[in-house]
Write a protein that binds this ligand. Structure first.
Ligand code: B3K
Ligand code: ZN
Length: 869
């Protein structure tokens, strides 16, 4: 692959990490006054600034109508400053400068959902990370400028709720049917954490007493009808608050914590200080309206945003190159929280599945970048799987290596050193090192390099000498923008098993010490290494990279029989799943025989279904067509992959046919005590229903229709609807209509209805057209757009044929209206160059044709990178 210089995005638009400079002025305090009217909003700001280094006074601002500007009380003459589309610069400013500005903005016509925008008729919200605040007022809008915010919000009384960060210090009326509130946030914060909300919302209230005895008022704001769907989020919030005290010693620091739900939001949620704003999809949870997966996601996103209060807000990023400092650490924390909430093994399965399905392909294609990139054009393009998920894996590797106590000593040191500061990845690793007493500096290499390291391993047993030798080799694909790639430290968790009994072999401490293995983990940090175990009496089976101890692509010379062995005998569910996925990849991509797999499934699953339904539901996972496609670098034929996968599924359906049929009838989610196990039973029911449908037994449609209509649970209802619709069952249309009638006023349920139809295996361009011209399709609501593209994208055969046109048209439309979402959607096509001809050239031509048309930095940067292969 040749990633050439970028021809369209001009060099001067690229920002480099090496050019970082401290801001010349800091802001001690800001007083903001935001007055919302139907057709405009006035924003008045008073900034008390102080010089800290030589240089101009720079205020960033975009799409602002400047009405007046004063410096230290005097109107600033026009020749005393220079203003353009991005900034306002005052040269020769005095060391103490009080700047007062008046600007007009238009949230009512802001379709980009960044800055202050009207999210619905009766709701205005903000989204300021990373660079939205400059669309509200002139300000040094960068994360290393921390200030005390006092905010006055004024609007018509038809908006009874007026919120901003911090404590409410005043409220009153201004006449003419208008009212106001004043909020003061005692903690210094960067502007990207500023938020305000103006709307007509109902509220769910609760409270929490911290370990320090602080009584915190908890409030979740949503539409009146959705308040009953906020209880799971509220419980998750209290749980997160306790968890952070117990696991990291971090209590909450304000007297209130507010969450506001909106249906118009570009991503999942935002951690604004004390006033989180959430996509409804990440806060509303109710088994009647949302799926089990959505309920789990709500709990993890609530935790994620709450954990940001310490990792992100109290300690923030010096610049946006350091994004993974807060995101990688916070994802690692929310994953650990979710592991405690449900089964640790299943949570790890789900997290690794996401990593491999999204981050691995990203890191092997034209959008590959290090977790901490060293340049970008548009920072919004870097809220990626690499920054978030690979960032989390780096922290997990360090935590694995340190063990619980030392990792905690390291994080304690981090909070002690840097509370109230804007810091870098180096600061984080240095604090962990100092606190734990273990030098972790080599992990910085992980932050600075792109690409998934390949880990090649070979095992050899020498029966005569009773030794087992493991040779390891690591390598990285060259990247033109990041030369000088180095070997990274790879913690390899491993265990040896007796091939006959299935028992784990106990290795003497001598053998462990000689090989540098601690707590079952070997740190491999050179290009190659060999480790030899002695006293191994019989040929062992090795389990490598247990719990996915490092984000690497492992190639090990397992036999298929050894993988089947691990599927059955590994005591850890994650490792069982990992073995089955490796075996399946060989069957589906390399033509290995499926007999061994089918046998292993038959041996393992019936007992597991009884013992641990949730884990059992994951052990039925067969890698998706999308994932399998991402493992193919040239001459990729989506249809061939589909054919292979379908053949395997049909075989499993046939060979386990009677098991599925009998078990389906006995599965009862209501008999489970734990939510997570009930969720497992529901997942199993749906798997079995679709397996039965594969056998062509028409009576299954009656069972499905019965499940569809008799349940009050969305996962069961959707699982059954999917079987009916995807198989074009006689009851399909009736079921779709019944679903629509029942849920038409429930946006999140309707998103599922759109998605399920877009994902129909036999969908056509007409299907997509019918969905996108449906009266309930709405281009202003990213969730609805993503419902259709997400459904489409779950089927690569469709995506790469008629789907390309839909995605390209959307990218073009969103380039102007909502470039953040447009750029993200376009990335669905980033692996176009792997396709077999003629598809490859056809898709390429469509992408090329888009190039002269798009204008936003977001979409252009993505498109240029995509076409640079
Ligand atoms: N920090 C926000 C992401 C903001 C994305 C801006 N395009 C959500 C989160 O990671 O918690
Ligand atoms: Zn985050």
């Amino acid at each position: 692959m040749n990633i050439a210089a970028n021809p369209v995005v001009e060099a001067d638009q690229t920002v480099y990490l090496k050019d970082y400079q401290k801001p010349s002025f800091v802001v001690d305090s800001i007083d903001l006054d935001i007055q919302v009217f139907d057709d405009h909003t006035n924003v008045n700001a008073k900034l008390v600034m102080q010089r800290q280094t030589a240089g101009d006074l720079v205020l960033l601002g975009r799409d602002l109508e400047l009405k007046s500007i004063r410096l230290n009380g005097q109107v600033l003459p026009a020749d005393a400053y220079v203003v353009d589309a991005e900034q306002l610069v005052i040269s020769n400013a005095p060391d103490q400068a009080v700047i007062e500005t008046e600007v007009v903005i238009h949230p009512e016509s802001n379709t980009q959902l960044e800055g202050l925008y009207q999210a619905a008729g009766d709701l205005f919200v903000t989204q300021n990370e990373p660079e939205g605040f400059r669309k509200i007022t002139y300000y040094p809008d960068r994360p290393d400028v921390l200030s005390v915010f006092t905010t006055r919000v004024e609007a018509d009384k038809k908006f009874p709720v007026l919120l901003a960060n911090g404590n409410l210090i005043e409220a009153g009326e201004t006449g003419e049917g208008r009212h106001y509130t004043v909020w003061q946030d005692p903690t210094k914060k960067p502007s990207y954490l500023f938020a305000c909300v103006i709307g007509d919302l109902a509220v769910l209230k609760d409270s929490y007493v911290t370990s320090e005895g602080r009584n915190v008022a908890l409030e979740i704001y949503a539409e009146e009808k959705d308040i009953p769907k906020c209880h799971i989020a509220m419980e998750a919030l209290k749980h997160s608050m306790r968890w952070d005290e117990e696991h990291y010693g971090r209590p909450y620091d304000l007297d209130n914590y507010m969450i506001v739900a909106t249906s118009a939001f570009n991503m999942g949620a935002m951690e604004n200080k004390g006033l989180n704003i959430f996509n409804t999809s990440c806060v509303l949870a109710d088994e009647e309206y949302t799926t089990d997966a959505a309920i789990m996601r709500v709990q993890s996103v609530i935790a994620h945003e709450y954990f940001h209060n310490w990792t992100g807000n109290r300690i923030t990023c010096r610049d946006w190159f350091q994004l993974c400092l807060k995101e990688g650490l916070t994802v690692f924390r929310d994953q650990s929280f979710s592991e405690d909430l449900q089964s640790a093994a299943v949570q790890r399965i789900d997290d690794v599945a996401v990593l491999k399905a999204h981050q691995f392909p990203e890191d092997s294609g034209p959008l590959s970048h290090p977790p901490r990139p060293d340049h970008f054009v548009e920072i919004n393009n870097f809220y990626t799987a690499t920054v978030y998920e690979k960032g989390a894996e780096i922290n997990r590797m360090m935590a694995t290596l340190l063990g619980k106590e030392k990792f905690r000593a390291g994080t304690d040191e981090y909070f002690k050193r840097h509370d109230g500061q804007a810091v870098t990845v180096e600061d984080w690793v240095a604090a962990l090192t100092a606190g734990s007493g273990v030098d972790l500096s080599s992990f910085l290499i992980w932050y600075n390099q792109p690409g998934t390291p390949k880990l090649e391993a070979k095992g050899e047993y020498d029966a005569a000498n009773q030794t087992y030798t493991l040779s390891l080799k690591q390598s990285l694909k060259a990247h033109p923008k990041y030369p000088n790639l180095k070997a990274v430290p790879i913690p390899v968790a491993l265990a040896l098993f007796d091939a006959t009994s299935g028992e784990q072999l106990v290795l003497s401490s001598n053998a462990l010490v000689e090989n540098g293995i601690k707590d079952g983990v070997y740190l491999f940090d050179t290009d190659t290494a060999t480790i030899t175990f002695s006293g191994v009496k019989t040929q062992p089976v090795v389990s490598l990279l247990r719990n996915f101890s490092a984000p690497v692509d492992l190639e090990f010379n397992y036999s298929d029989a050894e993988l089947a062995f691990l599927m059955q005998y590994e005591p850890n569910g994650f490792n069982q799943w990992q073995a089955s996925q490796t075996l399946l990849e060989r069957i589906l991509l390399n033509g290995h025989d499926a007999d061994i797999y089918v046998q292993a499934i038959q041996n393992t699953l019936p007992a597991l279904v009884e013992r641990d339904p949730l884990l059992a539901s994951r052990l039925f996972d067969v890698p998706t067509e999308g994932y399998l496609g991402s493992r193919i670098d040239t001459d990729y034929s989506p249809a061939k992959v589909q054919e292979q996968r379908e053949a395997l599924l049909s075989r499993v359906a046939r060979e386990l046919g009677s098991f599925f049929k009998e078990t389906y009838a006995t599965l009862d989610p209501d008999a489970q005590k734990e939510f997570s196990q009930a969720m497992g039973v529901r997942a199993l029911k749906n798997i079995m229903l679709s397996m039965m449908a594969r056998q062509g037994d028409a009576s299954v449609f009656e069972l499905a229709y019965e499940q569809f209509s008799s349940t009050g649970n969305m996962s069961e209802r959707l699982g059954a609807l999917k079987v009916l619709v995807w198989n074009d069952a006689p009851q399909a249309q009736q079921a779709l209509e019944a679903f629509y009638t029942r849920f038409k006023n429930e946006a999140l349920s309707m998103d599922q209805w759109f998605m399920l139809q877009a994902a129909h295996p036999k969908a056509t361009a007409e299907t997509i057209k019918a969905l996108t011209t449906h009266p309930d399709y709405d281009l202003k609501v990213p969730n609805r757009i993503r419902a259709v593209t997400g459904g489409l994208n779950s089927n690569p055969v469709n995506t790469w044929s008629f789907g390309v046109q839909h995605i390209v048209e959307l990218a073009k439309f969103l380039d102007e209206k909502n470039p953040i979402v447009g750029s993200r959607l376009l990335q669905i096509l980033s692996r176009w160059y792997t396709l077999a001809e003629p598809q490859r050239s056809e898709v390429k031509a469509k992408l090329e044709a888009l190039k002269p048309v798009v204008k936003s930095k977001n979409v252009s940067e993505t498109l240029n990178s995509m076409l640079s292969v």
